[in-house]
Design a protein around this ligand. Structure first.
Ligand SMILES: CC(=O)SCCNC(=O)CCNC(=O)[C@H](O)C(C)(C)COP(=O)(O)OP(=O)(O)OC[C@H]1O[C@@H](n2cnc3c(N)ncnc32)[C@H](O)[C@@H]1OP(=O)(O)O
Length: 407
C-alpha cells in the first residue's frame, strides 16, 4: 500500500470512495460543495497500485486553546474501501498525517468520530462534551433573571460573517476548543440555504442583540420548521449557535427563540455543559437536557508544543511519564513547569509524579476532563499524592471547552 498525497486530479475518485463508504449519493450542488471543501484540505490517500482505497482530508483549522490559538488539522471524510478494511490502511494514513503534523509545527489534530471505538487507539480523546437541549416553547420561557432589553434585529445572512464574525472571534478566545471561522466557512457550512441533514428546515436566520451601530451583545443562528396541524406536531426552532456577553443577553436570545409564533419546540445541540441557560431557566421541566455526547476529539501530536502552547491557571511543577504508541518523541519522562507567564516541558530522569497515556493527556488538555477522575478510573497512575489535583488546578479553565462546529 502506497500512502501519498491525493492530487487535485484524483479528488473526484476520492469523493466517490467517501460516498461509497458513507452510503451517500448527494445531489450535484452538494458534490460541488464537498469538492471545494476537499480542494482546500490537505489530502492523504492509500493506493493499491493505481486504485485509491483509502482517503483522509484534513481541514487547515486553528483551534482556541487556553490563552491562545494553535494550528489543528481537522480530519474528515475518513474512508477505507470495504475491500481493504482491517488491514491497517487507516492506521497508515493517520501515521502519515501525524508525521507531517509533527514536522510542520501543527501540535494538535482533531475530529468528530463517527464511531467511538475507532480513534482512541490513535491517541485521540473527546476533549469536551456537548448537551442536546429541548425547550417546550408552547408557553413563555420561565426565567429567574431579567433579560437584557436591548433591541433585537435580524441580520441578512450575507452580512453575518462581517457582523457576527468578530463577535465569534472574541468568544473563541474566551472558550477553548473552538475553531476559527473565516467567511468561507460561515457561508459554506453555517449559512447554507439548505440544512444538510434536514431539507424541511428553513434557511438560516440570524438574530443579533444590540442596536445597529452599537457593539453586539450576542447573536443566535437558527432555522425553523413548520408544524403539522393534522398530527398536532408543533413547529420547531433549531438553534445552531447562540453566543452572548452574559446571562442577561443569553436570556434575551433564548426568550426570542422560544417566542417565535407557530412553533412549540426549540432544540439546540452541542451546548456547553456549563450553559447558564440550565441555571437561569425557572422550570427545568420546560428546559430539558435530552442527551450528552462526546464533542470534538483531540490528539496531542507534539505534546511539548501543545503543553507549552497553552496558558496555565496555577503554577505547576510535575514529572509526567507519558506513553505514546504512535509517536515515540512524545514517550518518556518530562518535567512540566508552568505558571502564569512561563511554561516548559523538558526530558528528565527524575521519578514521575503521574504516568499516563497521551490519550488521557488529550482528554484533559482543554480542561474538559479532570485528571483526578482518570486516576479514579484507573487510567492515570498517581505516584505522588496530590499530583493529579495540582495538575487539575493548572489545567482549569473558567469556561468548559466546547464547540458545536461539526465537520
Ligand atoms: C473523522 C471521520 O471522518 S469519522 C468517519 C470514519 N469513517 C467511517 O466510519 C466510514 C466507514 N468505515 C471505514 O471506512 C473504515 O472501516 C475505517 C476508516 C473506520 C477503518 O479503516 P481500516 O483501514 O479498516 O482501519 P485499520 O485497519 O487501520 O484499523 C486499525 C485498528 O482499528 C480497529 N478498527 C477500525 N475501525 C473500527 C471500527 N469501526 N470499530 C472498531 N474498531 C475499529 C481495527 O480493528 C484495528 O484494530 P487492531 O489494531 O487491534 O487490529
Amino acid at each position: 500500500m502506497d500512502i501519498r498525497d491525493v492530487p487535485e486530479a484524483h479528488v473526484d475518485r476520492a469523493m466517490e470512495l467517501v460516498y461509497l463508504v458513507f452510503h451517500d449519493n448527494p445531489d450535484e450542488e452538494k458534490r460541488k460543495h464537498h469538492r471545494e471543501l476537499v480542494l482546500a484540505c490537505e489530502r492523504v490517500g492509500a493506493y493499491d497500485g493505481d486504485t485509491l482505497v483509502g482517503f483522509v482530508a484534513a481541514h487547515r483549522f486553528t483551534l482556541s486553546v487556553p490563552g491562545g490559538d494553535l494550528p489543528c488539522p481537522g480530519l474528515t471524510f475518513v474512508s477505507v474501501a470495504p475491500t481493504h478494511r482491517r488491514r491497517g490502511v487507516l492506521s497508515a494514513m493517520i501515521a502519515e498525517l501525524f508525521r507531517r503534523g509533527a514536522r510542520q509545527g501543527r501540535p494538535l489534530a482533531a475530529l468528530w468520530a463517527s464511531e467511538d471505538a475507532i480513534y482512541g487507539r490513535f491517541g485521540f480523546s473527546p476533549a469536551m462534551y456537548g448537551l442536546s437541549v429541548e425547550i417546550d416553547s408552547r408557553r413563555p420561557l420561565g426565567l429567574r433573571i431579567a433579560p437584557d432589553e436591548r433591541p433585537l434585529r435580524l441580520i441578512d445572512p450575507a452580512d453575518a460573517p462581517a457582523v457576527a464574525g468578530p463577535y465569534l472571534d472574541a468568544t473563541r478566545a474566551a472558550r477553548a476548543g473552538r475553531i476559527a471561522r473565516d467567511a468561507e466557512r460561515w457561508t459554506g457550512e453555517w449559512l447554507t440555504e439548505e440544512a444538510e441533514e434536514d431539507d424541511e428546515l428553513s434557511p438560516p436566520r440570524i438574530v443579533a442583540l444590540g442596536a445597529e451601530g452599537d457593539p453586539l451583545a450576542g447573536y443566535a443562528v437558527y432555522r425553523t420548521k413548520a408544524g403539522n396541524d393534522d398530527t398536532g406536531t408543533p413547529g420547531v426552532v433549531r438553534v445552531d449557535e447562540l453566543e452572548a456577553d452574559d446571562a442577561a443577553a443569553a436570556a434575551a436570545l433564548w426568550r426570542y427563540v422560544t417566542s417565535i409564533d407557530l412553533t412549540g419546540t426549540v432544540r439546540a445541540w452541542g451546548r456547553p455543559l456549563d450553559d447558564p441557560l440550565l441555571l437561569f431557566a425557572a422550570d427545568r421541566d420546560q428546559v430539558r437536557v435530552t442527551g450528552v455526547h462526546p464533542g470534538l476529539w483531540v490528539r496531542l501530536v507534539d505534546v511539548r508544543a501543545a503543553l507549552t502552547g497553552r496558558t496555565w491557571a496555577a503554577p505547576v511543577d510535575l514529572v509526567l511519564d507519558v506513553h505514546d504508541a504512535h509517536l515515540p518523541a512524545n514517550t518518556g519522562r518530562f518535567r512540566l513547569t508552568a505558571g502564569p507567564d512561563s511554561r516548559t516541558y523538558e526530558p528528565t530522569g527524575d521519578a514521575p509524579d503521574l504516568t499516563l497515556d497521551v490519550r488521557e493527556l488529550a482528554a484533559c488538555y482543554l480542561g474538559g476532563t479532570e485528571v483526578r477522575h482518570l486516576v479514579r478510573a484507573g487510567l492515570v497512575r498517581e505516584h505522588t499524592e496530590g499530583a493529579a489535583a495540582r495538575l487539575d488546578a493548572a489545567l482549569r479553565t473558567d469556561l468548559l471547552p466546547n464547540t458545536g462546529d461539526e465537520f
